[in-house]
Design a protein around this ligand. Structure first.
Ligand SMILES: [Zn+2]
Length: 283
């Protein structure tokens, strides 16, 4: 039998479309960017118990703003290092919906979306439940009033008549959300330890970088004792230690110079103040 490449390709394409449709990573953010923009949607909730509310922190990780779970809850207020650090937690409602849009060929496309709102929207949607019952059976139109950046922007959620938005065309299909979890895709779940690392990302690197410099710093210490100890008896042991360290010191040239073993006895008694060697050191 001859391999029918065309048929194979069509089959692949169709499979791909199916898998795309069920692919939970295809969930995007819902937005109406401009004044007057509107969208036809269906909320993916048949009960208020299914609302996706989360307590989150916003912080930059590697230059990108991310949402991270808060570890505190009603029973504990000191479990979350991000809260402790002063980063205020925020209650967010990740509203799951499907957006219907008409394609060029007239067919209706379904796109799974997350509408990130403040937790006040739990009241808004709750009111819709009170008014219309199971809202997953209804179609709504969301309309934006307010220009880009307008702090008073508001969204009206209006009931859309099934006589116009026919259910057989605006199909109730939530399969895109089947394996979708807010906690997996929208919010990073971090442990207390991981949060500490996020808060002090600089610590690790500097300690590593400082490790080589710490020993050299220690080499400097003898000089401090040196300048503060006036007795020759104490001075000599210091000299020894300095001599011992000399093989390592080549990295620091300036500090070493005042400590040439021959110098101390002369400069020591004369211009002891010791300030000079110290100063050079501090530089
Ligand atoms: Zn927190």
């Amino acid at each position: 039998m001859i391999f029918n490449y065309q048929e194979y390709q069509n089959q692949q394409k169709s499979n791909q479309q199916k898998s795309n449709y069920n692919n939970n990573s295809g969930v995007g953010y819902f937005s109406l960017p401009n004044d007057g923009d509107e969208a036809i949607v269906r909320f993916v909730y048949s009960s208020t118990l299914e609302f996706d509310l989360a307590n989150i922190h916003r912080l930059q990780i590697k230059g990108k703003w991310r949402k991270v779970n808060c570890l505190n809850d009603a029973y504990s207020v000191d479990k979350c290092p991000l809260c402790t650090s002063g980063n205020k937690a925020e209650k967010v409602f990740f509203v799951k919906l499907i957006q219907y849009s008409r394609k060029e060929d007239g067919s209706i496309e379904i796109q799974p979306k997350i509408w990130e709102r403040s937790c006040k929207y739990a009241d808004t949607l709750n009111n819709l439940f009170t008014e219309y019952g199971n809202i997953s059976d209804c179609i709504f139109k969301i309309k934006r009033t307010g220009a880009k950046g307008d702090m008073h922007t508001k969204y009206d959620i209006m009931y859309a008549s099934p006589a116009i938005y026919k259910p057989e065309i605006y199909v109730k299909d939530f399969s895109s959300f089947d394996n979708f979890k807010i906690s997996d895709y929208m919010v990073l779940s971090k442990t207390s330890e991981e949060m500490e690392e996020l808060l002090n990302p600089v610590e690790e690197k500097p300690t590593q970088n400082n490790q080589p410099s710490q020993p050299t710093y220690n080499q400097v210490q003898p000089t401090q004792e040196y300048s503060s100890n006036y007795n020759q008896q104490q001075h000599y042991p210091n000299q020894n230690t300095i001599q011992q360290t000399t093989p390592q010191t080549p990295t620091i040239e300036t500090p070493r110079n005042p400590y040439n073993t021959t110098q101390p006895q002369q400069s020591y008694n004369n211009d002891f103040p010791g300030a000079t060697p110290r100063k050079t050191y501090n530089f």
